[in-house]
Design a protein around this ligand. Structure first.
Ligand code: FAD
Length: 454
């Protein structure tokens, strides 16, 4: 019983945004007995036929799983998720190579449908009479000091006001709550758009079956750009094509598109199908990707931002959602400490979180290069092999970067620090081995020569 966990006076909490992080946060607060008002701009996703939004499916890993376990939903979500045990790399000739994520302990990523996950979270909230849902309410304005909010209702455009003890902004990368925080003195904020955009395509099921092995995250690395594919429940794959906008712009006709695909992704053409490729490619425009860093995440005892509102990142580490869900784990663990006031909890949240949130934004940028370029290189595969062997022999000492990010709850900044000392150690070993080799060679030739002349 979540209520038993709460020993503080219940607050009236307004959660802005009923996406994945907002619906999880609503559930987490409600389980502790707080009165929750969940405000969402869109209609109830459970009734929506067409869901506008980003990425049809997502890779769920340890941090997201842990947060779901805390609200009793991990097993329900995993029951329909598709395990992805490694990367399947498609080279330009169509050859496929598998790189298993974790050959030592067999941990894997899970492909989950965004809509399905959102539905599970919203449905779980139905059991709590202390969650009040307000769909089609768009936050327009907040006064943090007074805890007052103003919403515009759709479709009537009627203005609705409400107030709350605590306002939690889970309203995504372009957060209105954050926009209002930016005006507060001492609030630091930066955003970076990358020059690459993404567009989603589909490899449909054939004769009711997957057209490629389903237990992998498929990657077509092509230096400056790449394509990835994640499996869906209906045996299709959602394909994400990422490349610079300037390359997208060169593809103006069906002929350009087919030429481009035959050159770079020839093995994917029969899987997607020419007609479908043309239809899906020209149906939508490539989407922008933004990375957001800010500090602090709170305003006094009145407001806080979580998830993409606090730290949107490019999607290449598959950690945006996982990090957002981990925010909820941290926040609610602070709410479990009876001696802390709300202001102290929010302050501690910022202090405990910002380094890690900034770290994962940086790692996500780095991983784009790794996925589209480095995975192809022999040096990458050699390092991966070495990391795996060392992890196998010393599992408590040598945790490779990807494993620590995806399969543990190690703070993200610690994951980077680990990688740095691992790199340094390997560099020193390499230098020592090279010196030893040079010394031995010298000894063999010059040492031997001296023996003869002496
Ligand atoms: P959002 O999902 O953006 O939800 C915000 C909600 O707030 C929305 O429902 C919106 O309608 C609502 N809202 C916005 N403004 C207002 C307002 N003014 N008033 C009321 N409501 C409002 N992450 C992973 O962990 N793994 C992956 O594999 C992965 N793949 C991705 C692939 C792509 C292509 C992209 C773009 C992202 C990917 N991510 C992934 C990141 C992940 O999608 C986000 O981190 C996650 O959706 C963040 O959840 P959120 O609830 O914070 O924000």
């Amino acid at each position: 019983n979540g209520n038993a966990l709460n020993s503080r006076a219940p607050l009236k909490v307004a959660i802005i945004g009923g996406g994945l992080v907002g619906s999880l946060a609503a559930l987490s607060f409600a389980r502790r007995g707080h009165e929750v008002h969940l405000y969402e701009y869109r209609e109830d996703i459970r009734r929506a036929e067409l869901v506008q939004g980003r990425s049809i499916n997502l890779a769920l890993s340890q941090r997201g799983r842990k947060a779901l376990a805390e609200v009793g939903l991990e097993q329900e979500v995993l029951a329909t998720a598709i395990p992805m045990r490694g990367r399947m790399l498609h080279d330009i000739k169509g050859n496929r190579t598998v790189v298993i994520y974790d050959p030592c302990t067999n941990q894997c990523l899970y492909s989950v449908g965004r809509k399905y996950l959102n539905e599970v979270l919203l449905n779980a909230g139905e059991k709590f009479p202390n969650i009040h849902r307000h769909f089609e309410h768009k936050l327009n304005y907040v006064n943090f000091n007074e805890g007052r909010m103003e919403f515009k209702r759709a479709p009537s455009k009627e203005i609705v006001e409400d107030n709350a003890d605590l306002i939690v902004g889970c309203d995504g990368a372009f957060s209105t709550v954050r926009q209002q925080m930016v005006r507060a003195p001492g609030f630091n904020y930066s955003q970076e758009y990358i020059e690459h955009g993404y567009l989603e395509l589909c490899i449909p099921a054939k004769d009711g079956e997957f057209q490629m092995p389903e237990n992998y995250l498929h990657i077509w690395p092509r230096d400056e750009f790449m394509m990835i594919a994640l499996p869906n429940q209906d045996k299709s794959f959602t394909v994400t094509l990422s490349m610079p906008f300037k390359v997208f712009k060169t593809i103006r006709s069906s002929e350009d598109l087919l030429n481009f695909f035959h050159k770079y992704y020839a093995d994917a053409v029969p899987l997607i199908g020419k007609e479908r490729l043309i239809k899906d490619f020209f149906k939508s425009r490539p989407q922008h990707l933004v990375s957001v860093k800010c500090y602090p995440y709170h305003y006094g005892s009145k407001a806080l931002i979580l998830g993409d509102a606090a730290h949107a990142m490019v999607p290449y580490y598959g950690q945006g959602l996982n990090a957002g869900m981990e925010d909820c784990t941290l926040l609610l663990s602070l709410f479990n400490q009876p001696n802390l006031s709300t202001a102290e909890i929010l302050e501690q949240f910022t202090e405990l979180r910002w380094r890690d949130a900034h770290a994962i934004c940086d790692l996500a940028m780095y991983n784009y290069v790794e996925m589209r370029d480095l995975t192809k290189r022999l040096s990458f595969r050699w390092r991966k092999w070495l990391d795996t062997q060392l992890f196998r022999w010393f599992p408590n000492f040598w945790v490779p970067l990807y494993n620590s990010v995806s399969f543990t709850s190690m703070p993200y900044s610690q994951c980077i620090a680990n990688r740095k000392w691992q790199d340094k150690l390997l560099q020193n070993v390499l230098i020592s081995a090279s010196l030893a080799f040079v010394a031995m060679t010298a000894f063999k030739y010059y040492g031997g020569f001296q023996t003869i002349t002496l």
